[in-house]
Write a protein that binds this ligand. Structure first.
Ligand code: GCB
Length: 600
C-alpha cells in the first residue's frame, strides 16, 4: 500500500512539474538492459510520447504486440531550491509493472498498471543539475496479477499475451509523470464523512501528517467564502445552509488543510475540492442525499486512436460532452481505475461512478472465444499472490479515490466465476479485508456474468447491490431469435422477483456489436438498426421491474480488443464509434434518457 496518494498540487509549500513529452524508449526482448547498464540512461532508443501506450505508434506487428520488458529514459533538471525538501517522482500509471532508477540507482518497484505510485528520489539526485530517470516496464499477463491472463511463447521465440478479457493490452507510461517537491513535514492523507441535519451539514474529517505540528482545516464555498474552520487532526466542520452535491447538479466546496503554528507561514498546505452528499442502499433503492436514483449511462474504457489507453484530456472532455448530451448520469470505470482527472471532471459535472479494480479475467472459460480454458480459476497455485495484489490494489484504489463525491460504489471484480464453490473463501477474504477501508462505507459490489444467476451464483450475499452483465440478443438468441432472448431475460427477472430480491439490481452490461454505417431493412445483426432493436428490447424489460435501478449500456464507444474471430478490429458495441461519432442508438438513448429527470 502507498503511504500517500494525494493528487499533486502547486502552492507556496509544494510544487508539481510534469515530466510529460518525448522520452527515449527501447524493447528488451533478451533481457540485455540490466547487463548493458540501461538503468543509467540511454540515447539510442526511439523517441516515445508520454503519456501514451507505445503499441499503436509502431507499424510492424512484432513491435505493436511486444510482450516483455521495455525501458523508458529521460533527463530532468532538479533546481537547487529543491534542496532540503522531500523530492518525489510520481507515476500516475505504468502498465503493468515498473522499476524506477534515478542516476543509475534503483529506487523502487511497483505492481499494477492503473494506480499511481511515488518514488522518493531525494538521496539519488544532483541538485542544481540534470538527472536521469529510467523506467524498466513490463506488460506480461499472468494468473498471479491483475488483470488476469497468460503469456505464451510462440515457436518463433516471440512472447504474446493471452488475456482472459477482451480489451487490448495497451502498455507503457499511460499517464503523466510528475516531479514533486514537498515540505518535510506534511499532509499525507485526509478523509471526510458527512451528516445532513435539515438545511445544515456536518463534515467530519481526519488528517494524517508525518509530524506533530498542529493542523487547521477550513472549508470555503464556491465563491471562496470560508464557511467553517476547525483545529486538530480530527474534527467536524459545521456548515449552515449546506449546498449539497447533487447528481448532475454538482456543488463543490474547497477544503484547505494547513500544518503549522503560524497561519501566515504554514509548513504545509493542501487544498482539494469536495462535495457534501450521502450515499445509502435501502431495500432495493440506491439513495443519494436520501433520494432514490436511477442510473443511466455506460460501461467505458480509456481507449482512443493513436495513444491507446493513455489519458487524453481532449478525449475525456468529448466523452463527458457526449454523456451530458445523451442524458446520462453515471458510468462504471470498467475494468480498471481511470486517471484521476476523470474523477475530478465527474465531481464537477455531477456524474456518479462505480470505481472498479482491474480484477477482470477471473474466469478462464469467459475467454473461451479467445481460445479460453476450461479450468477453475479459484483453485490453483496462483491464488495466494493474486489475492495479495488484489487486496493491495483495492486498498490503493480506495485510498486514492475516497474523497471524490462522484464515487458511488466500489466494484471489486468484473465477471468472476461465482458458480464455482472455490470462489467462496476468496470472496469472503476480499470482502472481509475491504470492509473498513472506506470511511464513507460506500457500497461494494461486482458484476455477475450471464452464467452467474440467482440460482447458480454462490456469492450473492456479498455485494451491497447487484450488477448484471447480460447479452441475450447478441451472444445468444441473436437476430430473428431475439424474441426468445427477451422471453429468457423476463424469465430470469421473474426468478429474481420471486426470490424476493432485497437489494437494487443495476444492468451494467448489455448491447450488440454494430458496424457504424451498416444498414439493412429488415435488420440483421451488426447493423445500426439491429443495435437499436436490442437496446429497445432491454429498455422494455427494465421498465417492467421495479427492483432494476439502473442501465449502463456496453459501451460508450467502440474500443480496441485482442484480435479473434469474434471481433472485427475491436469491440463494436459502442453507442458512439471509436472516434466518438453517434450510431443510430445514440439518438434512441438521447430520446429515452432525456425524458427522465436528469437526477433520476
Ligand atoms: C463482457 C465483459 C466486457 C466485454 C463484453 C463483450 O461481459 O465484461 O469486458 O467487452 O462482455 O462485449 O463481450
Amino acid at each position: 500500500m502507498e503511504t500517500s496518494l494525494l493528487y499533486p498540487v502547486t502552492n507556496d509549500q509544494r510544487t508539481d512539474q510534469k515530466l510529460d513529452g518525448l522520452w527515449q524508449f527501447k524493447f528488451d526482448e533478451t533481457k540485455q538492459g540490466v547487463k548493458d547498464g540501461w538503468e543509467t540512461g540511454f540515447h539510442d532508443g526511439v523517441s516515445m510520447p508520454v503519456p501514451a501506450s507505445f503499441n499503436d505508434f509502431f507499424t510492424d506487428k512484432a513491435s505493436r504486440e511486444y510482450t516483455g520488458d521495455f525501458w523508458y529514459s529521460r533527463k530532468f533538471f532538479v533546481p537547487s531550491s529543491a534542496k532540503g525538501k522531500a523530492l518525489f517522482l510520481r507515476f500516475d500509471a505504468v502498465t503493468h509493472r515498473a522499476t524506477i532508477f534515478v542516476n543509475g540507482k534503483e529506487i523502487r518497484s511497483h505492481e499494477g498498471g492503473f494506480l499511481p505510485f511515488a518514488a522518493d528520489i531525494s538521496t539519488a539526485v544532483h541538485y542544481g543539475a540534470e538527472n536521469t530517470v529510467v523506467v524498466k516496464g513490463n506488460n506480461e499477463l499472468s494468473r498471479e496479477a491483475l488483470p488476469a491472463g497468460d503469456t505464451i511463447t510462440l515457436r518463433n521465440g516471440k512472447k504474446m499475451v493471452r488475456p482472459f478479457f477482451d480489451f487490448y493490452n495497451y502498455s507503457g507510461l499511460n499517464r503523466s509523470v510528475h516531479l514533486l517537491t514537498l515540505p518535510q513535514e506534511r499532509v499525507l492523507d485526509y478523509t471526510t464523512t458527512f451528516e445532513l441535519n435539515g438545511q445544515d451539514a456536518t463534515v467530519n474529517y481526519t488528517v494524517t501528517t508525518n509530524g506533530d505540528a498542529p493542523v487547521t482545516v477550513s472549508l470555503a464555498d464556491a465563491d471562496g467564502q470560508v464557511v467553517a474552520t476547525a483545529q486538530g487532526k480530527e474534527g467536524a466542520l459545521q456548515v449552515k445552509n449546506a449546498h449539497l452535491w447533487q447528481v448532475r447538479n454538482a456543488y463543490l466546496y474547497t477544503l484547505t488543510i494547513q500544518v503549522g503554528d503560524d497561519a501566515q507561514t504554514p509548513v504545509d498546505t493542501y487544498t482539494d475540492r469536495i462535495g457534501i452528499r450521502t450515499i445509502k442502499i435501502s431495500g432495493t433503492d440506491i439513495l443519494v442525499n436520501d433520494k432514490p436514483i436511477y442510473l443511466k449511462g455506460f460501461g467505458r474504457h480509456e481507449d482512443s486512436p493513436f495513444a491507446g489507453r493513455a489519458f487524453d484530456l481532449n478525449v475525456e472532455k468529448k466523452d463527458f460532452a457526449l454523456m451530458k448530451w445523451i442524458g446520462a448520469n453515471s458510468f462504471r470505470t470498467s475494468h480498471y481505475p481511470y486517471d484521476e482527472q476523470v474523477y475530478k471532471i465527474a465531481d464537477e459535472e455531477g456524474f456518479l461512478l462505480t470505481d472498479e479494480v482491474p480484477a477482470v479475467g477471473f474466469k478462464m472459460a469467459a475467454a473461451a472465444f479467445l481460445g479460453g480454458l476450461n479450468q477453475s480459476f479459484f483453485k490453483g497455485p496462483w491464488l495466494k499472490k493474486l489475492h495479495e495484489r488484489h487486496i493491495d490494489q483495492i486498498r490503493d484504489l480506495i485510498k486514492r479515490d475516497k474523497n471524490h463525491p462522484s464515487v458511488l460504489a466500489w466494484s471489486l471484480f468484473n465477471e468472476p466465476d461465482t458458480i464455482d464453490e472455490n470462489a467462496v473463501p476468496y470472496f469472503k477474504q476480499i470482502f472481509d479485508e475491504s470492509k473498513d477501508l472506506d470511511p464513507q462505507s460506500r457500497p461494494r459490489t461486482f458484476t455477475l456474468s450471464e452464467d452467474d444467476t440467482i440460482e447458480t451464483s454462490k456469492v450473492l450475499d456479498f455485494p451491497d447491490f447487484y450488477m448484471l452483465n447480460r447479452y441475450p440478443g447478441w451472444y445468444h438468441f441473436g437476430g430473428y431469435q431475439i424474441s426468445d432472448g427477451e422471453a429468457g431475460l423476463r424469465d430470469e427477472m421473474d426468478k429474481w422477483q420471486k426470490a424476493g430480491v432485497t437489494k437494487p439490481v443495476v444492468f451494467t452490461e448489455f448491447g450488440a456489436d454494430t458496424e457504424a454505417g451498416l444498414h439493412k431493412l429488415p435488420s440483421v445483426m451488426w447493423t445500426e438498426e439491429y443495435q437499436v432493436e436490442v437496446l429497445k428490447m432491454f429498455s422494455r424489460v427494465f421498465d417492467d421491474y421495479d427492483f432494476i435501478k439502473g442501465e449502463q449500456v456496453w459501451n460508450l464507444a467502440d474500443f480496441q480488443t485482442v484480435e479473434g474471430n469474434m471481433r472485427v478490429n475491436g469491440n463494436k458495441k459502442g453507442i458512439f464509434t471509436r472516434d466518438r461519432q453517434p450510431k443510430e442508438a445514440a439518438f434512441f438513448y438521447h430520446d429515452r434518457w432525456n425524458k427522465l429527470p436528469l437526477d433520476y
